[in-house]
Design a protein. Structure first.
Length: 637
């Protein structure tokens, strides 16, 4: 039998260095890769999940993930012959035990758990100290929207860029006026701007066709001309858009008339042909238009937030280029004219459909002294800056709150991206001053080794691979000789096969076990099954039925094993009889799914239920006219 190895390739929070076999436990700070998706009230959600503080997400707690990983390693080690792979897994198992021990220690520390359990949870102090460290590569920005959320979480980091924002201090809201927000809002008031869209392009074409006869070729020529004028790109409307499985074909009026069922009775209109040419020749035109985010908003609030967000990105770029240590938001909050003229430069760029980003960069460069820049923003950085701004904005544009964001730098530091989260190494967290006096020397040495090894991990742009592809590169299954296994070993193998999550794999392996060792009869715990039914534990009962599909019917027919319910009554009957008698309809429905699958079980259970419902005469003391009652189930107390 070939048994698949169980160690997962992409376990949550876990990365294995392929060069050294060192395990790294990565603690998520928030969801997102280069910009955090959880902000304000949801900022600490990922961390609460990691420490198992969310009841609904206990399976995603780091301790549970590590326990599952430990079980998978133990499984593989149990069946692998002595080999290099087995030795590597044994070393990984020791490391998992170390991490589990530390997690159990930390989860008892109120310093860590109490801030995360509050009504308005906060980051624990050890994590805040990492965020404030010199080698922290995580930036915080605070914007000012019209509707503010005062539950800010990133204030632990001194923000690179910040507008004045209301705050929550000792449960009280502290209001702060924002010159930046008020100036941008007033300057942008009344600005009429319609984002580019398919409807906008169609409207341009139709306005120029108004009053003219329907001429297909004229419509096509005008659409081509207006597309270039509106979007600045050349698009051909002569062919349908082809694909991997669809051939591109020429488009003319006859082709579209046939497709749209147009003719003498239903002649095509200007709109029919304009929309059809776009749909058939360039269906994804507006999905691929590379446009600035500034040309995708149509209201003063959106434009104000975009301006602040781009200035925040620009501030980060200047900080990384080491040309300023200033907070540009605070500079603008202190200077009315500087802020007013900045808004004016944005409006002028929009009026001329010019690059708003470059207009803002030019404005900052022209006022180097006011913004405390030691040199102009480098020309070679501008393209990257615009691209990151656009990418980040597209990521967070649907965020319910626009008050604060965290951004991960591409420079190396304490934070990385892993499996869709911004994270830090658990060793960094444990090596803060808060835990120094509570950790044994062996644990300290383990953490230091993990930190040193992590520096050797390949992490381009601070992204850690989310899969450990190398784990099963040389061996992903082990071959077992079942003929040499005794009943005890076969029973253990049977139990292990049933622990596979993949039902198809489990079924195939159980069939193979039965084929290769027809003499083996697996032991089933019918008493445990009946006990689950009596306790109303439907999920647990069904797990046993699924665990042994070929023995499920034996469990359902078992009727001579005593079991006790919560009231202390002892029964000797089938599981379905008890569920029927107890009127546990949910349990009945679940059991019926499996009873229906077998021709022998079905009539047996039916007869036994009929016996329960059989009417029996009342005792003589009940009187001549007393009604007959169902026999029911016999039990002892």
């Amino acid at each position: 039998m070939k048994l698949s190895l169980k160690e997962p390739l992409a376990p949550r929070y876990i990365y294995v260095n392929p060069k050294t076999n060192v395990i790294h436990l990565l603690m998520p700070i928030m969801s997102g890769t280069d910009i955090g998706l959880d902000n304000t009230c949801k900022s600490v959600y990922s961390l609460q999940e990691f420490f198992g503080l969310l009841d609904a997400d206990k399976p995603h707690a780091a301790s549970r993930i590590l326990e599952d990983y430990k079980e998978a390693l133990a499984f593989d080690i149990k069946y692998l012959p002595d080999s290099k792979e087995k030795a590597l897994k044994e070393r990984r198992l020791l490391q998992i035990d170390m991490y589990l021990s530390m997690l159990k220690h930390v989860q008892k520390e109120k310093l860590v758990t109490e801030p995360l359990k509050q009504v308005f949870p906060n980051y624990p102090a050890p994590l805040e100290s990492l965020m404030q460290a010199d080698d922290a590569n995580l930036y915080s920005v605070i914007l000012r929207p019209r509707e503010q959320d005062v539950q800010l979480r990133t204030t632990a980091i001194s923000p690179v860029f910040s507008a004045h924002h209301d705050d929550l201090v000792n449960g009280q809201v502290v209001h702060k006026d924002s010159l930046l927000y008020e100036t941008l809002s007033s300057r942008y008031a009344g600005l009429v701007f319609t984002p580019k869209s398919k409807e906008g392009l169609i409207a341009r074409v139709l306005s120029k066709l108004a009053g003219s006869p329907v001429d297909f070729e004229h419509i096509r020529a005008l659409l081509t001309q207006e597309t270039h004028a509106y979007l600045g790109i050349e698009v051909s409307f002569d062919q349908t858009q082809g694909g991997p499985y669809v051939r591109s074909v020429p488009v003319n009026q006859a082709y579209l008339d046939e497709e749209l069922v147009l003719g003498v009775e239903h002649p095509g209109t200007h709109r029919d042909y304009t929309e059809a040419l776009l749909e058939y020749c360039a269906p994804n035109l507006f999905d691929v238009i590379e446009d600035s985010p500034f040309y995708t908003v149509d209201n003063q609030e959106g434009l104000s937030l975009l301006t602040q967000f781009f200035l925040a990105e620009l501030n980060i770029a200047c900080r990384e280029e080491e040309i300023t240590g200033a907070n540009l938001g605070q500079v603008l909050e202190a200077h009315v004219d500087l802020t007013s003229n900045l808004a004016k430069s944005v409006k002028q760029a929009l009026a001329h459909r010019a690059s708003v980003e470059e207009a803002l960069i030019d404005y900052i460069n022209q006022h180097q002294n006011e913004f405390q820049l030691t040199s102009p923003i480098p020309q070679e950085r501008i393209a990257t800056l615009k691209e990151s701004f656009k990418s980040h904005y597209n990521t967070i544009k649907d965020s319910p709150h626009f008050d604060e964001f965290m951004l991960l730098s591409k420079k190396e530091g304490l934070f990385v991206a892993h499996q869709g989260c911004i994270a830090t190494h658990f060793a960094h967290f444990m090596k803060t001053d808060f835990f120094n006096d509570t950790l044994e020397e062996s644990t300290q040495a383990f953490l230091q080794n993990a930190q040193q090894d992590f520096e050797t991990v390949d992490k381009p742009d601070n992204i850690i691979p989310h899969k450990n592809e190398h784990i099963h590169a040389d061996m992903n299954e082990v071959e077992l000789d079942l003929s040499k296994m005794d009943d005890h070993a076969l029973q253990a193998l049977y139990e292990d096969i049933n622990s596979y999550q993949d039902p198809n794999l489990k079924e195939a392996l159980l069939a193979q076990l039965k084929q290769e060792r027809p003499d083996f009869k697996p032991q089933i715990d019918a008493k445990q099954f009946l006990q689950h039914v009596a306790y109303g534990q439907q999920i647990e009962a069904e797990v046993l039925l699924k665990k042994a599909p070929q023995l499920a019917q034996e469990l359902l027919r078992a009727n001579n094993i005593p079991f006790t319910d919560y009231s202390g009554r002892t029964f000797t009957c089938t599981a379905y009889e008890y569920a029927w008698w107890a009127k546990d309809s949910h349990m009945q429905r679940m059991l019926e799914k499996y009873i229906k699958q077998d021709e022998e079980t079905r009539p047996l259970i039916l007869e036994r239920v009929k016996a329960i419902e059989e009417l029996v005469p009342p005792p003589a003391a009940g009187g001549f006219f007393a009604p007959a009652k169902p026999r029911g189930l016999h039990y002892t107390t």
